[in-house]
Design a protein around this ligand. Structure first.
Ligand code: PMP
Length: 401
């Protein structure tokens, strides 16, 4: 494994050569050369698709495509590669669970418990399936520490609760609820647990067996991989009892006008030609990560966020929404609109995000109509924190004029 060296690490990311200071990795991570090479190799040299044709290139590609599941299974300690379903991203993976697992099982009056800290991707699919079935979405409120208040779980979970939907890590506060505790309580109440790992996977991939997670979803693009590819992990027994959500080529073993027989999981959930470049690129990202000291890299990016927070705290009106230990720094400045600041930062070459971060209920709970969010990654440099702080001071001074 290569010891973590910030200068060497960032040299592997060609996109950094452009002038901007990239503090938006929570939206999407930059891609290392190894991932770019893998996707380019597919498009330039692999004349084939997977699971369809019999020629040698197609057979070889199918083998590599299937091996990629094992990279993911190893990352999250899934018992077997076939527990890994390819999806477009976290969003599609959660919709798959809502439509394939929940929809046929939910009865009017059943409850789906969803934390108030969720990204819309782990809320809207549940609202949709509730509308389709007559079930009810119940809120697990945010606590004063900006984490979902797990002390309320024992009173909110009841015999009607079928599903608990919880994020491993908030994309705004960076807060990580105690998953083990929440899952244990949910299971004791007979509920199945959907964990949104879109942010958490980057910082600490969940061990799905140790945590006894039922469903876990994440996106490749936040984990140094390509866009348009994501993962649904499901327990073997749960996937086996689910019906396919989407129909089409290669998700079946026989079809006629009177019906069809679905394949076994994961293939029955992967109708149509898949995102082969995405899968190979994600496998390349995981292989590349296995050569890096990602624990040291993670600590390094958390330190950058901490140091930025400490320095910005000296600015009048600065308020942080960061949960301690996170590499995400959501904040606002009293009396100044976040979109004005982000525009002035963009003019100074600083790329970060402002707005509601696809988490409107969380914004309401925090009592704001939006925040700025600087998210730090191991390819950021301490000098970039200096430039960012200075640029923010300039922006505030300009807006105060
Ligand atoms: N959940 C969280 C916590 C996220 O941060 C995101 C991406 N912003 C998503 C879900 C959705 O991911 P995607 O858009 O890649 O499907």
């Amino acid at each position: 494994m290569t010891p973590f060296d910030p200068a060497l690490f960032c040299r592997q990311f060609p996109a950094l050569k452009q002038a901007e200071i990239y503090l938006d990795s929570a939206a999407t991570a930059l891609k290392p050369q190894a991932v770019i090479d893998a996707t380019q190799q597919f498009y330039s040299a692999d004349a084939a698709t997977v699971h369809r044709s019999q020629h040698r290139a197609a057979q070889d590609l199918t083998t590599r495509f299937e091996q990629a599941r094992q990279w993911v299974a190893t990352l999250i300690n899934a018992p077997q590669a076939d527990d890994i379903v390819w999806a477009r991203g976290t969003t599609e993976a959660i919709n798959l669970v809502a439509q394939s697992y929940a929809r046929p099982r939910l009865q009017p009056g059943d409850q789906i418990l969803v934390s108030e800290a969720e990204h819309h991707a782990n809320l809207i699919p549940w609202l949709m399936v509730a509308e389709q079935t007559g079930a009810q979405v119940v809120k697990l409120p945010l606590g004063s520490d900006r984490l979902p208040d797990l002390t309320l779980l024992s009173s909110l979970l009841n015999e009607k609760t079928r599903i608990l939907a919880l994020g491993q890590m908030s994309n705004v506060t960076g807060g990580c609820p105690d998953l083990a505790h929440a899952i244990e309580l949910a299971h004791a109440a007979g509920a199945v647990v959907m964990i949104d790992g879109a942010q958490g996977i980057v910082h600490c991939p969940a061990d799905v067996q140790r945590l006894n997670i039922d469903f876990y979803a994440f996106s490749g693009h936040k984990l140094y991989g390509p866009t348009g590819i994501g993962v649904l992990y499901g327990k073997t027994a749960l996937l086996a009892e689910m019906s396919p959500w989407q129909g089409g080529g290669k998700m079946l073993t026989q079809a006629s006008f009177s019906g069809f027989t679905p394949q076994q999981p994961p293939h029955c959930f992967e109708a149509g030609t898949p995102n082969i470049a995405g899968v190979l690129g994600l496998a390349a990202a995981l292989e590349w990560m296995s050569t890096q000291d990602m624990a040291a890299a993670e600590q390094y990016s958390r330190n950058l966020a901490h140091s930025a927070e400490q320095r910005l705290a000296l600015l009048p009106g600065f308020r942080s929404f960061r949960c301690s230990g996170s590499s995400l720094l959501a904040f606002d400045i009293a009396g100044v609109h976040h979109s004005d600041i982000v525009t002035l930062l963009a003019e100074q070459g600083i790329a970060l995000r402002a707005g509601q971060h696809c988490a409107q209920p969380l914004m309401a709970a925090l009592g704001v109509n939006g925040t700025l969010r600087a998210s730090f990654a191991p390819y950021n440099q301490p000098e970039e924190v200096d430039v960012f702080v200075k640029a923010l001071e300039n922006a505030i001074a300009l807006l105060a004029e």
